[in-house]
Design a protein around this ligand. Structure first.
Ligand SMILES: [Zn+2]
Length: 366
């Protein structure tokens, strides 16, 4: 009798154990990858000097650095950088979702779709631009926007928001890819971030080319598109991978325009606030924030009052100045900030393509 009781208890315990295990492993990890194009440590630092409040960057405890060189050049570009994140392989400059031998390689979105994941892309550039493009397209050169747009049709991205309408609607080959997307169960909007349709995929192409920069009058598109994407992907109750690109930090560097850089970093930080708020409510989410490379060789230096007549430096003032080394990408290590399940994996110093492998490891370890 004692033995029967003991056995019954054991069976009960194992049922409970299996039940609990099922409970915790039931929900696969959501992943949000935020890329600040051209955002090195000096760019991040501007948020600490020029923001009104403490930057959201300050909320991270798990921080690492990546080495960004491509297979063809020490100083990478956005295409090779994004392809490394998206495919786990380093490749040559200008490559979109192809290996250093120009062969197509599966992207993280394609890999995760096999596991039942949804996917989302938010960018300020055309959705066919190098960074978003590398997550779904496979072309030899980043300038082949029309070819990249063709890949978008078959990519089954569940939610995307950005610009690039002309690469779908006003094409050299006269194909109407806008209509092609509608035929693939998309709800599309080219005017505003209208409410999504939960029964369809949703695409927002709100500019012919790129969206305006902050200095050109972009309002809250970046935060609103991010929130809309998160709401939609969450309501579908399937795990998701969402890539969010702050595209114009890079422009600030290329234009050597301190004000543009500052405003774009602050807007990125504000969007980061939206995402951090989301993961507080949805802790089953890994957030990784990084950049493809730094742009401008930016440093934060002393600031002086300049004598307008002579051009000479007068006294030093408390504010700092943003200095540019040149108008090109640079080769500095790039910070990686992580939060949520798997975040400790992102500590240390490693190659940019490791980001892909670490994300998959975090999903696997869950
Ligand atoms: Zn870039």
């Amino acid at each position: 009798m004692k033995n029967i009781l003991k056995n019954a208890l054991l069976v009960l315990l194992s049922i409970l154990y299996i039940g609990c295990k099922k409970e915790t492993s039931k929900k696969p990890l959501n992943v949000i990858l935020m890329i600040g194009d051209g955002m090195g440590l000096a760019q991040v630092s501007t948020a600490f000097y020029f923001g009104k409040n403490a930057p959201n960057f300050e909320q991270f405890k798990e921080i690492g650095f990546i080495k960004t060189q491509s297979t063809s050049h020490t100083i990478t570009d956005s295409a090779a950088g994004a392809t490394a994140f998206a495919t786990g392989q380093k490749t040559y400059k200008r490559a979109i979702g192809v290996s250093k031998d120009s062969l197509p390689i599966p992207t993280i979105i394609e890999t995760l779709q096999q596991k039942g994941y949804q996917s989302g892309l938010v960018s300020l550039t055309p959705i066919t631009h190098a960074t978003p493009g590398a997550f779904y397209a496979h072309v030899k050169d980043r300038d082949s926007h029309e070819e990249i747009a063709l890949d978008l049709i078959d990519a089954n991205i569940d939610f995307f928001a950005g610009g690039g309408l002309k690469y779908l609607k006003r094409r050299k080959d006269k194909k109407d890819l806008y209509a092609a997307l509608l035929a693939k169960n998309y709800q599309l909007d080219s005017v505003a971030l209208s409410p999504y349709n939960i029964h369809k995929r949703n695409g927002y192409l709100l500019a012919n080319d790129g969206l305006p920069s902050k200095l050109e009058g972009r309002k809250s598109f970046f935060q609103d598109a991010t929130q809309l994407g998160l709401d939609y992907l969450t309501e579908k109750e399937k795990p998701f991978f969402l890539m969010i690109e702050g595209s114009y930090i890079d422009w600030g560097g290329h234009a050597m325009d301190a004000e543009l850089l500052k405003q774009e970093v602050l807007d990125f930080d504000k969007t980061l606030g939206v995402v951090l708020n989301y993961i507080k409510k949805h802790p089953n989410t890994l957030l990784v924030v990084t950049a493809d490379h730094e742009t401008g060789g930016v440093s934060i230096g002393k600031s002086y009052v300049i004598d307008e007549a002579t051009g000479e430096k007068q006294e030093e003032v408390t504010n700092v100045s943003i200095n540019f080394n040149n108008d090109q990408h640079s080769g500095t290590l790039i910070p990686v900030f992580a939060k949520g399940p798997g975040a400790p994996l992102f500590k240390g110093i490693y190659e940019n393509n490791e980001i892909y492998h670490k994300i998959l490891k975090a999903i696997h370890n869950k």
